[in-house]
Ligand binder design. Structure first.
Ligand code: CU
Length: 168
């Protein structure tokens, strides 16, 4: 229970600290209709572009270095329904990422997960490094066959930073 309490405290801290995010305008081209569009204010990441849409609950998993110097996902075991998503939040000790253990996942599920993992991946089923504090990496579990899938953090694999997602 102490561990959960710590995670809740960390959540409060994140909520209080997320006003200072960088807003770097990457767009260098303009269109007639876009000129007056307000800049995006939210730090919520964009929906996945190539994968299945998020139709259910968004779950939160924090990526942390805890008070004992251990690298962990909190929670490390999470159950979702197909169509839910997990927001993986870089709370402390980063960079972190989310990499699925492909050898233990059926090929069709691998393909669906691959499509649901946005960004410039480090390799097959190996999500990009999440560098910025409080940055979020979102994975949709839309279209994912029910099952139990193991994942780990590539930089901290040898430190035991690993988790399991069960899709119902
Ligand atoms: Cu890590």
């Amino acid at each position: 229970m102490r561990f959960i309490g710590r995670a809740l405290l960390a959540s409060v801290f994140v909520l209080g600290a997320c006003g200072g995010g960088e807003q770097q305008g990457a767009a260098t081209t303009t269109t007639d209709t876009a000129a007056a569009a307000p800049a995006a204010q939210s730090t919520t990441p964009a929906a996945t572009t190539s994968g299945a849409p998020i139709t259910g609950t968004r779950h939160r998993v924090e990526m942390v270095m805890n008070a004992n110097g251990e690298y962990r996902y909190v929670p490390s075991n999470i159950t979702v329904k197909a169509g839910d998503a997990i927001d993986f939040v870089n709370v402390s000790g980063g960079p972190h990422n989310v990499a699925f253990d492909a050898t233990k996942i059926p090929t069709d599920v691998q393909q669906a997960l691959e499509a649901n993992m946005p960004g410039e991946k480090m390799g097959p089923l190996m999500g990009p490094l999440v560098l910025e504090p409080n940055a979020v990496y979102t994975i949709s579990f839309g279209g994912i066959t029910p099952g139990t899938y193991d994942f780990h953090c590539t930089p901290h694999m040898s430190f035991g930073m690993a988790g399991t997602v069960t899709v119902q």
